[in-house]
Design a protein around this ligand. Structure first.
Ligand SMILES: [Zn+2]
Length: 556
């Protein structure tokens, strides 16, 4: 327990136990405790608790088997096949993705034209191999036929997002990716879960990049490109570099910055996805390190999405900087245009010269107003209010807010009091958005706990064929119907040696009921904050009191 947890976060001795700042919620003083004797952890701040498996699952955003695989490789143990017959749909999907990756890789080997192109873009052979880059010809069913020859079913190939069924049911399936350079996207344990395909010969009618759809093993909000290769380095160097594209990422790794991850194909690259997705995406990076450097081409479409991610990162208490890349080029251009050595140097300079996001935006506004002859002080003031102050508002700490207000005032000659007035207005304007982010933060944590307990219970119910328990979990089964075998397997591993399964079930049910009450409490507190009606307020207060009483009674 101690070995595993301390490979992720820094633990301090505290009597017989160890303590740390909790990786699962934002806090300044440690309330996260590890008990080596009991092989478990508990956080007094957010209630996170469990054993080494749950720790790795929650920390890395993995499922149980992924955590098992990772822990086994850390311990130098090879996992055997547990039960061939119980191979679940998910196992088959991981397999089909691996097989497709091998197929794409072997296609690239013989293709000098594409290899030349990749080298021209600055990639060396080692990177091509490490990142398992591949290729698929522009043909209708090359991959499909290959996978069929490896005994995968139509259903598996479709569910993995690799081929599509035509509307005309009599026609054969066809490949989703055609004529593309293939970049596999892996989860944090290194299993390929999706692809991003770049058109090898750009044309007018197809998108330059095509990503896998969401599948049972690929959820955009739970993964960042390159996380499997970057996580150790992020932890070690205590900062991460966030870039946009695959090329940016691979070249950054090649230049020695293995702590780089990319938004490509994930929730962070999309400005329309919910805040909850962005929060859970950033949550994984924050658990590794609170220091984030954004490196992107400010002129591109991804700018807005990255901007939004930057603001949410600030509100999660992260320290967000922006790399000093010349305008109009992206990291890949910067690294590749000067050749291997000088390119790496230029990149190092850009990272070294990164500035806090507020300073970066302030400099940008001031620079453009200086260059614009028609611009006056009033216009600069307006721009600062629109483009810079929302980021000051996003800061968690009041001390930091005051610090940046002073900085902006010094640089722009706008009096601090005027900036404070504007900030108040912005805070009011962004109140709604901020509340949304707060709620997203809370519900991401809460959902996790409730989901977790429900999963465990459902696993036991299915494993023991406990109909009564299944009925109690009415509605949960539907959500996990694709993962039945996984849950049974999980329950067997966790509770196979249990001396008192009945008590374990009772504890889980009690925890679940408490979580449900907590969820109701949270919702009512949120309503209370915005309610104006006096009668409704009284009603809410009574309901909250009642819920608290229920919670108290359950604890007895
Ligand atoms: Zn916590």
């Amino acid at each position: 327990m101690e070995d595993v947890v301390s490979s992720y976060i820094k633990l301090e001795k505290s009597g017989a136990n160890l303590k740390a700042r909790c990786p699962f919620h934002n806090e300044k003083t440690p309330s996260f405790f590890v008990s080596p004797a009991r092989s478990s952890y508990y956080c007094f701040g957010c209630g996170a608790s469990g054993d080494i498996f749950t720790f790795v699952e929650e920390f890395e955003g993995l499922d149980f088997k992924g955590a098992l695989k990772l822990l086994a490789s850390k311990a130098g143990v090879t996992l055997g096949v547990f039960n061939k017959e119980a191979e679940s749909e998910r196992d088959r999907l991981y397999k089909v993705m691996e097989e497709a990756t091998l197929f794409f890789e072997s296609n690239l080997k013989g293709n000098t034209e594409v290899l030349e192109y990749l080298k021209l873009r600055g990639l060396n052979e080692e990177s091509i191999k490490n990142f398992r880059i591949g290729f698929i010809k522009d043909d209708w069913r090359k991959l499909y036929e290959y996978l069929k020859s490896k005994n995968f079913t139509d259903n598996e190939i479709e569910r993995a997002g690799l081929a599509k069924k035509p509307d005309d049911k009599n026609k054969a399936m066809y490949d989703r990716f055609r004529g593309r350079i293939m970049f596999p996207i892996s989860d944090s344990s290194g299993r390929v879960i999706a692809f991003s395909g770049r058109l090898s010969t750009p044309d007018e009618k197809s998108a330059k990049y095509l990503n896998s759809p969401e599948t049972p093993i690929f959820s955009k909000n739970a993964v960042l490109y390159g996380i499997d290769k970057a996580k150790d380095s992020i932890r070690k160097n205590n900062f991460s570099i966030l870039v946009e594209g695959q090329m940016d990422l691979i070249l950054s790794h090649q230049a020695g910055y293995k702590n780089t991850i990319a938004t490509s194909g994930t929730a962070l690259s999309d400005s329309t996805v919910s805040k909850e997705n962005v929060v859970s995406n950033l949550g994984l990076i924050r658990r590794l390190s609170e220091n984030l450097v954004l490196a992107f081409d400010a002129d591109k479409a991804g700018f807005n999405a990255t901007h939004r991610a930057g603001r949410i990162a600030l509100s999660l208490g992260m320290d967000v900087k922006v790399a000093g890349i010349p305008e109009g080029i992206d990291p890949a251009d910067l690294i590749s245009q000067y050749g291997q050595v000088e390119g790496a140097d230029a990149w190092r300079e850009a990272i070294k010269n990164s500035k806090h996001i507020i300073e970066f935006l302030l400099n940008k506004v001031l620079k453009s107003s200086k260059e614009d002859a028609k611009s006056d002080a009033r216009k600069a003031g307006r721009e600062i209010k629109e483009k810079v102050l929302p980021f000051v508002d996003a800061l968690e700490s009041s001390i930091e807010k005051a610090h940046f207000i002073k900085k902006i005032s010094d640089a722009s000659n706008i009096p601090e009091s005027a900036l404070q007035d504007d900030l108040k207005k912005i805070t009011e304007e962004l109140k709604y958005e901020k509340k949304e982010i707060e709620e997203a933060k809370e519900s991401v944590n809460k959902l996790y706990r409730k989901d977790y307990i429900e999963r465990k219970l459902l696993g036991i119910a299915l494993w023991k064929r406990d109909k009564e328990l299944e009925k109690f979990l009415d509605g949960v089964l539907e959500k996990y119907k694709d993962f039945k075998n996984d849950l049974i397997f999980e329950a067997e591993v966790f509770y196979g040696n249990s001396e008192n399964l009945e008590k374990d079930i009772k504890d889980l049910v009690a925890n679940l009921e408490e979580e449900k009450i907590n969820e109701q409490l949270l919702r009512k507190m949120q309503e209370l904050r915005i309610i104006k009606d006096k009668d409704r307020e009284r009603e809410l207060l009574a309901e909250i009191q009642d819920l608290n009483k229920q919670k108290h009674e359950k604890k007895k």
